[in-house]
Design a protein around this ligand. Structure first.
Ligand code: SF4
Length: 223
């Protein structure tokens, strides 16, 4: 029997209160209203976000998807132009190839649509669990998925909820101990929290609303 997370309801309540006026992560930023938002745009933005800072992803996604936002358009677009539009995201040349490949696969095998299935998403080359989870939650508005990015991996470890080495292990462990009623809030709340307070280097523990519930594991420096 897994140990339950102590005070988990209170922790989520405090984080929601603290962050209710903070902007959402890049994949659901208001700037997205300016482009036609679909599961495909969520998928492409998530691919751009891998190993890239949120603000860089946001700008690159906006530049690319404002111009090309369907698999047909991206397959036809010149690779060099896509590279220019998404630069300076990390691995922009590889990501350009991934975007082109995915667009081709979607057109050839899925009638040009992003599959509404976690397992089918994982079959797309370049799509891992994090991206598939993001597309299910933000693209299709499905419940029961836990996208784990760097913030969602780091913070539960600092809190002492889990001891894991990578996002895959974090997802597995959180699925066992985090009550399902909190799954829908987990990603956007912890990303916002990680971007603003529980930052990677030297978190702002002095203004943290959940400090009394945190074991501060591996936190050597804080503000
Ligand atoms: S007390 Fe510090 S390390 Fe713990 S959750 Fe808050 S900001 Fe993060």
């Amino acid at each position: 029997m897994q140990k339950a997370i102590e005070h988990v309801d209170e922790i989520f309540h405090l984080l929601k209160e603290e962050l209710k006026n903070t902007k959402f992560p890049a994949v659901s930023h208001p700037q997205w209203e300016k482009i036609n938002k679909t599961p495909f745009t969520t998928l492409i933005s998530c691919i751009l976000s891998l190993r890239t800072k949120d603000e860089v992803t946001e700008q690159a996604s906006y530049r690319l998807l404002k111009k090309y936002n369907t698999p047909e358009q991206l397959l036809k677009a010149l690779g060099e132009e896509i590279q220019q539009l998404i630069y300076p995201v990390g691995f922009y040349k590889t990501k350009t190839k991934t975007i082109k490949n995915i667009s081709k696969t979607l057109l050839e095998q899925y009638n040009g649509r992003v599959p509404d299935s976690f397992d089918e998403l994982l079959k797309l080359k370049g799509v891992g669990r994090k991206t598939a989870n993001i597309v299910m939650v933000y693209g299709f508005k499905k419940t029961g998925y836990l996208p784990i990015d760097v913030h969602c991996h780091r913070i539960p470890n600092r809190l002492g909820w889990i001891q894991t080495k990578n996002p895959g292990e974090t997802e597995t462990e959180l699925r066992k101990i985090l009550p399902e009623k909190h799954w829908d809030d987990f990603n956007h709340l912890f990303v916002k929290f990680g971007q603003t307070i529980c930052t990677p280097i030297s978190p702002f523990c002095s203004k943290c609303p959940i400090e009394k519930y945190c074991k501060q594991v591996s936190v050597t420096k804080n503000r």
